[in-house]
Design a protein around this ligand. Structure first.
Ligand code: TMP
Ligand code: ASP
Length: 258
């Protein structure tokens, strides 16, 4: 088999040339990194889980009309995606105080924010992805004012959808990070969701116990990362293709005749 051309390798994923022009293959690695790779481990099976969880989320987002780069999952570790021009920003949406917001502003982790907050970070490993404002983004030409508007409205829609999706699985969506890209179609360009959405890029807490079900388990040396990711997948109803479908069909709940 001819060797595929590798287009880009990041910390958790590799992008290969796709089968047709304008497509790429996104490969999910098992590498877990934090603090800009100062902490690095290989967690056997993480890539498979993130591929499945991200596929599930992107498929649903596509179905409700939120444009994404996702076309389809190809196998355990790969998905076919549209090639986009990645905007060099990480967009973080927060519903509950945690992580760097708690540290920066001295707000206790777990405090519900007065409203959802959107933040921008400049994607630059050498600088540890510094937080930037709309002023920086427009002055340095990373995105235009209408593109910022598009990114913010997509971020809000994604937050609403994901909050509901996870709530239905008994999980609180504390915060998450997304990346967006420009998709060129003829003379047209639109901003679409790119990258991945998985427990690597979200903070997910069990709704009853506040137990962490995301990459903080790795960042904070808590252990049980893979088990937590597996639990997220199970609760979202994503299961192994070889597993029998559970459920016994309809059950009569009540037969009151008045
Ligand atoms: P933070 O509290 O560390 O700023 O993280 C906010 C959210 O963004 C959290 O859900 C984790 C996610 N995140 C990433 O996906 N990649 C990163 O490089 C960082 C720093 C955070
Ligand atoms: N993804 C970043 C890294 O690899 C940071 C993080 O998620 O905490 O360092």
């Amino acid at each position: 088999m001819p060797k595929r051309r590798r287009i880009y390798e990041g910390k958790a994923k590799i992008l290969y040339e796709g089968p047709e022009p304008g497509t790429l293959i996104q490969f999910f690695k098992d590498d877990a990194t934090a603090f800009n790779k100062k902490k690095h481990e290989v967690i056997d099976g993480k890539g498979v889980l993130n591929n499945r969880i991200s596929e599930h989320i992107f498929t649903h987002l596509n179905q409700i009309g939120i444009p994404t780069h996702f076309i389809r999952r190809l196998n355990m570790r790969e998905q076919l995606i549209r090639e986009v021009e990645i905007i060099p920003l990480e967009v973080v949406v927060r519903n509950v105080a945690a992580g760097s917001l708690s540290k920066r502003l001295g707000i206790a982790e777990g405090e519900v924010l007065p409203r959802s907050i959107i933040e921008f970070y400049y994607k630059k490993d050498e600088l540890d992805d510094p937080m930037v404002s709309e002023e920086h983004i427009t002055a340095f030409g990373w995105a235009s004012p209408p593109e910022i508007d598009d990114m913010m409205s997509l971020a809000v829609r994604i937050n609403d959808f994901l909050s509901g999706l996870f709530l239905g699985a008994g999980i609180r969506l504390v915060d998450f990070k997304i990346e967006l890209g420009r998709l060129f179609e003829g003379d047209m360009m639109r901003i679409v969701l790119a990258d991945e959405i998985s427990p690597d890029s979200c903070r997910l807490w069990d709704i009853k116990t506040d137990e962490k079900m995301d990459k903080d388990r790795f960042r904070r040396d808590m252990g049980g990362m893979l088990e937590a990711y597996r639990e997220v997948a199970n609760r979202l109803g994503i299961m192994n293709e070889n597993e029998p479908i559970r459920g016994k069909g309809p059950v009569l709940v009540s037969s009151n005749d008045d």
